[in-house]
Design a binder for this molecule. Sequence first.
Ligand code: PGA
Length: 239
Amino acid sequence: MNLRVLPDYEALSAAAADAVAAKLREKPEATFLIPTGTTPLGMYRRLVAMHRDGLSFLQAAFFNLDEYLGLDPEHPASYHVYMRENFYGLIDADPTRVHVPDGAAADPDAECERYEAMIRKCGGVDLCVLGIGRNGHIGFNEPGASFDSRTRVVRLAETTRLVNASDFAGDRAPEKAITVGMRTIFESREVLMLASGANKARTVEAAVEGGITDRVPASMLKQHENTTFLVDRDAATTV
Ligand code: PGA
């Protein structure tokens, strides 16, 4: 695992966007597994700007890490809408190669299997970009998630439901979600984990300096041979 500390959020976002663009130039048909949340917004903004300057995403395949269970793809808090508004709708991605788990699927378990099979069909993941939750989750693999897990329905941690509550009318995010599994993330040829801000410092410290444990799912990435933690200075104060 490499740790790269950038001076601030803008530099972090630029480094992440450059990594995606470099992969795309090396392999235009690459498969990407990518996150939602506040952290990657700067990266997406830069990638959209690069697209305006000529970078094409047309041949690439994109998979999102997760989606809330029970949310219609048109729900304003869905990751379908987030991705359309912040990335997919602003670039030349091929709609047939853009994938977000369907949280409204009639048979969620079948949807998970379909999603996993689709990733395989696209040749596996070339570059996985991840955020990290304050509890160390990656995707919605919450503490306790098995190293061997695949795309599946999970129950969200209460802390996650509270942190993400502001996107919803009630006081909590939905109870469940579909997430790509730990094993699926691990099979990515390259992983880039992004963390920004002082409120992630203790989590980053636990992931980087603590033992490898399913209590901090991101710590398991230390076993992945091609993983970089891209962290801004505020999130790196204790490492
Ligand atoms: P954030 O979410 O980027 O909004 O902090 C990260 C995550 O929960 O994975």
